[in-house]
Design a protein around this ligand. Structure first.
Ligand code: PDD
Length: 293
């Protein structure tokens, strides 16, 4: 029994559907031994995966980057995700709300040796679990953050399961009694522990350009398009620490946090210390998109 999860929920493991409580992977799986794998998190609203094509495109980019060949086409991933969502809906009451798809692929099971083993099949695991949308308090009062040096490796564009840097960063936030960290590499903004960070200065929305130093969130291009529709100027460029510290507004985005305002950084208020107008415009546009799904 694993606490706090539905051990009876049905997960997908290497072509089979099994109870979560019965799903087993070898201790020699390279995901366990080396963190040699990648993952995806897809939010699902009322049974509809949101921006699924973009999530599958990023999944294929991560797999290509670490040279894992699953043989799964985009269509097969989409079919797997839709099938998992249908099974979950059939098993739970429709009013149980929104869910998220977690997908993990590792290089597979082999004798422990750092180099890629020949002739093994990747491990493919998929589960669907309930997902609570951000609360009214988070949306209206905003989040607290602390800054932290970004100690992670230089391939942050890969959605790798090797998340030790992100785990330590998030734990630092928890121990500081805040919601998230804002990481800086040298003098430049990178991202949160599990979110992208957005900065507003003089009405212009800024975000670091998506390169190897951050994970390009599926919400990155989405929020860019919402800004365009809302008449908000957007610049994708290196953002200096000073610009973050003197921002009029800060916000974060992720699959599960959607878009949320940040109202303090290192104990100091961001701008007026309340969610600002650019956040409100983007939030409204985000909600409208979800309502139209
Ligand atoms: N994390 N940057 C990092 C390091 C992340 O882990 C995430 C998301 C993002 C935002 O990406 P997206 O908009 O595609 O969710 C940026 C997921 C939600 C997680 O690890 O659970």
């Amino acid at each position: 029994m694993i606490p706090d999860v539905d051990n009876d929920s049905i997960v997908y493991l290497n072509g089979e559907h099994v109870r979560l409580g019965d799903a087993k992977v070898s201790v020699l799986d390279r995901g366990f031994v080396f963190g040699d794998g990648i993952y995806e998190v897809v939010p699902v609203y009322n049974g509809k995966p949101f921006r699924m094509a973009e999530h599958i495109a990023r999944l294929q980019r991560s797999l290509n980057a670490i040279r894992i060949d699953t043989g799964y086409s985009d269509a097969r991933w989409a079919q797997l995700f839709e099938d998992m969502v249908r099974r979950t809906q059939a098993a739970t009451a429709p009013e149980s709300g929104n869910v998220m798809i977690y997908l993990q692929v590792t290089r597979g099971v082999a004798k422990r040796d750092h180099a890629f083993p020949a002739g093994i099949a990747p491990t493919v695991f998929c589960m669907v679990s309930p997902f609570k949308r951000p609360t009214a308090a988070q949306r209206e009062q905003g989040l607290a953050t602390i800054s932290l040096p970004d100690i992670r490796w230089l391939y942050c564009h890969i959605k790798s399961v090797s998340l030790l840097g992100n785990v330590l960063a998030k734990q630092a936030a928890v121990e500081a009694g805040v919601d998230e960290v804002i990481q800086f590499r040298d003098d430049f903004l990178s991202e949160g522990s599990s979110s992208n960070i957005w900065v507003v200065k003089n009405g212009v929305l800024l975000a670091p350009e998506p390169n190897h130093l951050i994970l390009e969130g599926v919400r990155y291009r989405f929020i860019e398009s919402l800004a365009q529709k809302s008449g908000i100027a957007f610049e994708s460029r290196p953002v200096r620490r000073h610009e973050v510290e003197t921002a009029d507004e800060l916000m974060l985005s992720s699959a599960t946090k959607e878009i949320l305002p940040i109202v303090t950084l290192d104990g100091r208020p961001v701008g007026q210390g309340t969610p600002g107008p650019v956040y409100r415009a983007l939030r409204a546009a985000y909600d409208q998109t979800l309502e139209a799904l």
